[in-house]
Design a binder for this molecule. Structure first.
Ligand code: C2E
Ligand code: CA
Ligand code: CA
Ligand code: CA
Length: 280
């Protein structure tokens, strides 16, 4: 019977076999990580380009694996999505971010809106989790735009009445919505008029070459003008150089995010560099 079991997988090449094993191991480890709370949120400043001040933060998940060290979300989010584990992870992210926002407000008296990334998979059983989220926000007194949810274009694509209703409920509950990685996916401008979106995040593939390629600059400029006319604010991702910052600020971009300002930081470090400083 043992041999049979092995034969059933004979169509796997050695490298695929390793991949399947790797994947199973990863799933096991992820379950363990959820139970043992091995995740952490790092925070990256989102800077008001006209004020030159950190006004918001994006929460980015990190996994402190007991033997592999800090693991990037790029390595595990897609598997978490495929297995549905993202729902539990996403609920943890939300709670952690909400508590952090309340702590900063209570400790320093400043409101820092925290953005969290929400996978399309998490919208499938929206009803239940949404109510839990909203009651935590109410309990923490965070219903005034303290939390922003970043979604991707794919969600709006299969997006129908249900998604539109969900985004409407967000608005009513004081949660803002960002459209992440704008311009990369199955972009369709039609959904910009159909859905209530507060921020457009220009993907870093457009900001990256602002220095050299004037086409990318033209696109950024056009996105900014369009977003403003539609009543949205614009966040440019991947701002790495002073030149990019200046070009974007001059084009009227509202916010910038990127290594020029800071990499994502553990909460204490974010606090020291961007909240205490802001008060001083
Ligand atoms: P994203 O939402 O587009 O996040 C921005 C990514 O760009 C982050 O990578 C950030 O560290 C990186 N970044 C920021 N500034 C710069 C820059 O100036 N240059 C460059 N080259 N990169 C920059 P990270 O933290 O590795 O996250 C990767 C992706 O993983 C995220 O892309 C997001 O899609 C996903 N992700 C992260 N945290 C979560 C989470 O809590 N839930 C879900 N569902 N997805 C998450
Ligand atoms: Ca994001
Ligand atoms: Ca992004
Ligand atoms: Ca992305």
């Amino acid at each position: 019977a043992k041999g049979e079991g092995r034969n059933r997988f004979h169509y796997f090449t050695p490298s695929m076999q390793r991949d399947a094993k790797h994947r199973m191991r990863l799933i096991q480890d992820l379950r363990h990580a959820i139970a043992e709370q091995e995740f952490e949120l790092y925070y990256q400043p989102i800077v008001g380009l006209q004020q030159n001040k950190c006004l918001k933060a994006e929460a980015l998940i990190r996994w402190r694996h007991p033997t592999r060290g800090l693991v990037s979300p790029i390595e595990f989010i897609s598997v978490a999505e495929e297995t549905g584990l993202i729902v539990e992870i996403g609920n943890w992210v939300f709670q952690q971010a909400a508590r952090q926002s309340a702590i900063w407000r209570d400790r320093f008296g400043v409101e820092v809106q925290i953005s969290i990334n929400k996978s399309p998979v998490q919208f499938r059983d929206e009803g239940e989790c949404f109510d839990t989220w909203v009651s935590l926000l109410k309990k923490l007194n965070l219903t005034n735009n303290n939390i922003c949810v970043e979604i991707t274009e794919g969600l709006l694509l299969d997006g129908n009445e249900a998604i539109s209703a969900t985004l409407e409920r967000y608005r009513e509950s004081g949660i803002q919505v960002s459209l992440d990685d704008f311009g990369t996916g199955y972009s369709s401008l039609a959904y910009l008029k159909r859905f209530e979106i507060d921020f457009l995040k220009i993907d870093q593939s457009f900001t990256r070459n602002l220095d050299s390629q004037s086409n990318d600059f033209t696109l950024c400029e056009a996105i900014i003008v369009m977003a403003h006319k539609l009543g949205m604010k614009v966040i440019a991702e991947g701002v790495e150089t002073e030149y990019q910052r200046k070009v974007l600020a001059d084009a009227g971009c509202d916010y910038g995010q990127g290594y020029l300002f800071s990499r994502p930081l553990p909460s204490e470090e974010f606090e020291q560099r961007f909240i205490e400083v802001r008060l001083a």
